[in-house]
Design a protein around this ligand. Structure first.
Ligand code: TRP
Length: 461
């Protein structure tokens, strides 16, 4: 069936789809608060190092598997190493993004709620305190029905895009939304940088404080870089399987990584100066975008409430679309597996996975309300899904992908795919360096992260 498989129309649209997958809540929600908690510029430096030394090699390894086979995870592994157990890794990586999707979609639902709030001009009253904003957020996420309805809506939008297919759905959607996201985040950054008192935020972003850079902070930087580039779970592999055969993997990998990192940094410059201008601690944590920012929007608006509420609208539109272009890639990874392997129709595959993710997402959503006391291994269902995937399954998947390409695949085949049979002269020249990173550097560093995570979890560190 590989012959009539869909593909992305051009390099530009392929990169926009991949960047759409990479740019998400990870960049705009997670990255700024992690920078806040882990020493500002020092964290950013480690993050950048990880992006170059680890993420690009992993990205290339995943895309080599996808482009070579033009199959999704399970069948790709089976095709490259027939009769071995490697294919089960393919299956593992089909399920990881679906688990991520379940809780990601709950947060996606929250962003719809906040978009509605901003559209109804709810952030114009400077008298509402930060605690009051936290209380509003708290009572929303702990309620039963509203978050569930919005989670369902978020999932439904994903299903519509994925059913429409690679060209007519994903490509068409991300081709518009990804550039718009950049435009919007730059607008917010300009607004934020011009606020009185923004200087302290800028300083925080550019002046490294190495004393805050603990081992744990460095580990967070690495984990964050994986999450942000959607690595280790087969999303990039699946998107790469829709690349044209003559596409240059170094170029797609480089462009996607640069866009992703750039977006995170712009988001940092959009958020941190506003946080400082409002006199809030930079390490405000995960509540940053749903508690702190609404407060900032309403206080900043004391003199011009409409303008700051319009910025709020732009901000929550950005978050919603950033989340959607990422979640679509998670759903597509599973759908591609059912289509390739089980020869199912796109619509049927999407509906089945929609059902499964929706149900798990319901449990994640309720774990803030009626199921708050229901713990598995000491964590709520939402936190369990989050930690299990971002701490373990993603790292594990990334490791297996680089080991597969570095040690199981034949070097000649890897080179052939990376250089398009030797026709890409630039890639031929740098092949040995890239191969060394895939074979040695990435696995060693990943094992260190993995082991440290495990030891921390077992309270041995
Ligand atoms: N990278 C996205 C973000 O930054 C999220 C994402 C998409 C993701 N696909 C993924 C995370 C696969 C982990 C695995 O928000």
């Amino acid at each position: 069936m590989a012959s009539n498989r869909e593909n992305f129309g051009s390099r530009t649209t392929a990169v926009l789809a991949m960047a759409g997958s990479a740019i998400g809540l990870g960049n705009i929600w997670r990255f700024p608060y992690m920078v806040g908690q882990n020493g500002g510029a020092a964290f950013i430096i480690v993050y950048l190092l990880c992006a170059v030394m680890l993420c690009i090699p992993i990205f290339i390894a995943e895309s080599i598997i996808g482009k070579r086979t033009q199959q999704s995870t399970f069948s790709a592994m089976d095709k490259l190493a027939p009769g071995t157990s490697w294919k089960w890794i393919g299956l593992l990586t089909v399920f990881t993004p679906l688990i991520i999707l379940s809780y990601y979609s709950v947060v996606g639902g929250w962003s719809i709620e906040y978009l509605i709030k901003s559209l109804t001009f709810s952030f114009t009253d400077p008298a509402v305190s930060r605690d009051a904003h936290s209380a509003i957020f708290g009572s929303f996420i702990t309620s039963t029905w509203k978050p569930l309805i919005l989670h369902t809506l978020f999932m439904a939008i994903n299903a519509v895009v994925v059913i429409a297919g690679v060209r007519k759905g994903i490509e068409k959607f991300t081709k518009i939304t990804t550039p718009v996201l950049f435009l919007l985040v730059v607008l917010i950054m300009i607004y934020s940088l011009t606020l009185p008192g923004a200087g302290a935020g800028i300083e925080y972003m550019v002046k490294p404080d190495f004393s805050k850079l603990t081992g744990a902070a460095m580990l967070s930087a690495m984990g964050q870089s994986f999450f942000s580039l959607s690595l280790g779970v087969g999303c990039i592999l699946t998107y790469a399987s829709y690349l044209k055969k003559n596409e240059n993997l170094m170029a797609t990998g480089l462009y996607t990584s640069v866009f992703d990192v750039l977006f995170a940094i712009i988001a940092g410059f959009a958020i941190m100066p506003a946080v400082f201008a409002a006199g809030i601690e930079p390490g405000a944590g995960p509540g940053l975008i749903f508690e702190t920012l609404p407060f900032i929007f309403s206080t900043m608006g004391a003199s011009a409430p409409m303008i700051s509420n319009i910025v709020a609208i732009i901000f929550f539109v950005t978050i919603l679309f950033a989340a959607l272009t990422s979640s679509v890639s998670m759903l597509e990874t599973g759908v591609a597996w059912l289509v390739d392997e089980k020869k199912m129709s796109r619509a049927k595959a999407t509906m089945i996975l929609f059902g499964g993710c929706w149900a798990l997402g319901v449990l994640c959503s309720l774990s803030y309300g009626p199921l708050a006391d229901f713990h598995i291994f000491g964590a709520t269902i939402f936190d369990l899904c989050d930690h299990m995937t971002s701490d373990f399954l993603m790292t594990f998947g990334s490791l297996l992908f680089v080991l597969f390409v570095g040690w199981k695949m034949k070097k000649a085949d890897v080179k052939d795919e990376f250089t398009n049979g030797g026709s890409l002269k630039g890639n031929t020249r740098i092949f040995n360096v890239v191969y060394f990173f895939i074979r040695f550097i990435a696995p060693v560093v990943i094992v260190v992260i993995f082991a440290t995570n495990l030891l921390e979890k077992l309270h041995l560190l």
